[in-house]
Design a protein around this ligand. Structure first.
Ligand code: FES
Length: 252
């Protein structure tokens, strides 16, 4: 793994922003396409993109499908995430495209100076509501855990299949991403100056330390959970289309 990381660091500086542009654009197009144009219900297991399943009032315009009523929560959470913000400011707006110091060393004329930075203005001021997206996402994550358990405790008994393993892998990675959030770290203990002065301080301190350890890998959780989400959805979609058959590991 470290050799992969070392090889990645040796690549030209523009590879990372370009990879981010490609990955986020592809993910955005894919997720919006499947929830707007293919909001179908899965027979055996529901896709994580369509969970939790909610009712849809008939008066809504056609493009506001039932999954769209939920998707704005995780999408908003990711769009306002501190890590993704850094990634897409660099990748989409080149503001700056890489480290400022490095940019100046390489004598890039388009590198913006720190004096010109005015903070997040206009529409980007919405990024400040990240913590509210966190609260809503925690509720979605709870439903996803419930849905994951439904894939192993079926009306016919207990089973473990490749689909249920993918569901669990995905929800573990999505949970790691959600609970390594900087806002969550602040919520569980970052907003306290003295743990011994508050009730349950020891638990708060331990939780804060645990979340801090998770937080050091927040970018990795962001990408792993994105890939696992796509992999689970594509696998279930291929099952639904009859292209592949789910492989039973226990029971099933
Ligand atoms: S900072 Fe990335 S999800 Fe909160």
């Amino acid at each position: 793994m470290s050799s992969i990381a070392a090889a990645w660091k040796r690549l030209p500086w523009w590879v990372e922003p370009m990879a981010v542009v490609f990955a986020l654009t592809a993910f955005g197009i894919y997720s919006l396409t499947i929830v707007v144009f293919y909001p179908g219900v899965f027979q055996e297991y529901v896709s994580p993109f369509y969970s939790p399943e909610v009712g849809r009032p008939d008066w809504l315009p056609w493009f506001i499908t039932a999954p769209v009523l939920i998707l704005w929560i995780p999408l908003g959470f990711r769009a306002t995430c501190y890590y993704y913000r850094k990634a897409y400011y660099r990748a989409f707006f080149w503001d700056p495209p890489a480290c400022q110091a490095k940019a100046q060393q390489l004598d890039r004329p388009w590198a913006r100076s720190t004096e010109s930075y005015k903070g997040e203005r206009a529409l980007f001021v919405l990024n400040n509501i990240h913590r509210y997206f966190l609260y809503a996402t925690i509720m979605v994550v709870a439903f996803l855990w419930y849905e994951a358990f439904l894939t192993v405790f079926t009306p016919d008994g207990f089973q473990i299949t490749v689909a249920s393993l993918l569901w669990f892998l995905n929800i573990v990675l999505v949970s790691a991403y959600t609970f390594s959030c900087h806002s969550f770290r602040h919520l569980v203990g970052g907003n306290k100056d003295c743990y011994s002065c508050i009730r349950g301080g020891n638990v708060r301190r331990k939780t804060y330390n645990f979340v801090s350890r998770l937080n050091t890998r927040h970018p990795q959780w962001a990408w792993y959970s994105l890939v696992s989400l796509l992999a689970t959805d594509i696998y279930l979609r291929l099952m639904q289309a009859g292209v592949i058959t789910d492989f039973p590991i226990i029971g099933g």
